[in-house]
Design a protein around this ligand. Structure first.
Ligand SMILES: Nc1ncnc2c1ncn2[C@@H]1O[C@H](COP(=O)(O)OP(=O)(O)O)[C@@H](O)[C@H]1O
Ligand SMILES: [Mg+2]
Length: 259
């Protein structure tokens, strides 16, 4: 399948091995602006490796990754910085600067947009501060702008991370198990905020999840990964019990230990 050129993310024929074990095999998919994709699969299926190959934290052995039509591997210097700016990252362990305020953390998403001298001084102008505040409001944290990141709950910290990606003007957000450490109610709230922000701003989201019950009401599409291969790719509304079994194996439940 040739992905549409309007895709924010195009992954084609991605393959990766650790030593002699093949962890990703011929993984291909494309994600459109505003599309919210849940990547599901048992522990060890290759979800984190897939994210690392996309962000080039590790070099894939095969295949290509394009963000906004650009192959990151071919870019250097300013072009590479601009392309990286398009990608917002959210991880399972809240990757905020703990001693900074919620607003300060969101402002860090603006650094890539500031003139170098201002970024060095870490002195945002009033426009940047107003933008950062509005991003916090969009994830329901307007009243927590001044709160220190490490005083916020896990769910609130993940919302700050979403606001930071929004302030960064990311076109693509990659979230690797962002709600794995949260209770079900907080997890659902964080995913709802992520989905809303994505659809409102046309941001493409690729989010890995352990809890398949959280897909409904969040994702438009599900990609099922099993032993490094895409074994399911389709609308979230049609991902049923039989499809889950195909992804998680003949005895679902036995292999769902969290990573
Ligand atoms: N740095 C590494 N070196 C060797 N093997 C690894 C490394 N990272 C992950 N693996 C292996 O690759 C497979 C996929 O891991 P991972 O991408 O973390 O899966 P998931 O995120 O779906 O749990 C697993 O079998 C894991 O043990
Ligand atoms: Mg993982």
């Amino acid at each position: 399948m040739t992905p549409p050129s309007s895709s924010v993310l195009q992954v084609e024929g991605l393959g990766h091995r650790y030593g002699t074990s093949t962890v990703l095999r011929d993984v291909s998919f494309a994600v459109a602006p505003g599309e919210v994709v849940a990547v599901v699969g048992p522990s060890g299926a290759g979800k984190t490796t897939l994210f690392r190959c996309i962000t080039r934290l590790i070099e894939a052995d095969q295949g290509s990754v394009r963000v906004g039509g650009r192959d990151l591997a071919a870019l250097r210097g300013r072009e590479l910085r601009l392309a990286r700016r398009d990608v917002g990252l959210i991880f399972q362990q809240y990757n905020l600067v703990r001693r900074r305020s919620a607003l300060g953390n969101v402002l860090m998403g603006r650094l890539a947009h500031l003139p170098a001298w201002r970024a060095l001084l870490q002195r945002p102008g009033p426009d940047e501060s107003a933008l950062a505040r509005s991003c916090l409001e969009q994830v329901g944290l307007g009243q927590y702008a001044g709160a220190r990141a490490d005083r916020l709950s896990g769910g609130q910290q993940q919302r700050v991370a979403i606001a930071r990606a929004l302030a960064q003007r990311s076109r693509l957000v990659l979230a690797d198990e962002p709600v794995a450490s949260l209770d079900p109610a907080s997890a659902a709230g964080v995913l709802e905020a992520l989905g809303t922000v994505a659809r409102d701003h046309g941001i493409a989201v690729v989010c890995s999840l352990h809890q398949v019950e959280l897909i409904a009401g969040f994702a438009d599409r599900v990609i099922g990964l099993r032993a490094g291969e895409v074994v399911w790719d389709g609308p979230a509304s049609t991902f049923g019990a039989v499809d889950r079994a195909a992804v998680y194996g003949p005895t679902p439940g036995t292999s769902r230990t969290p990573a």
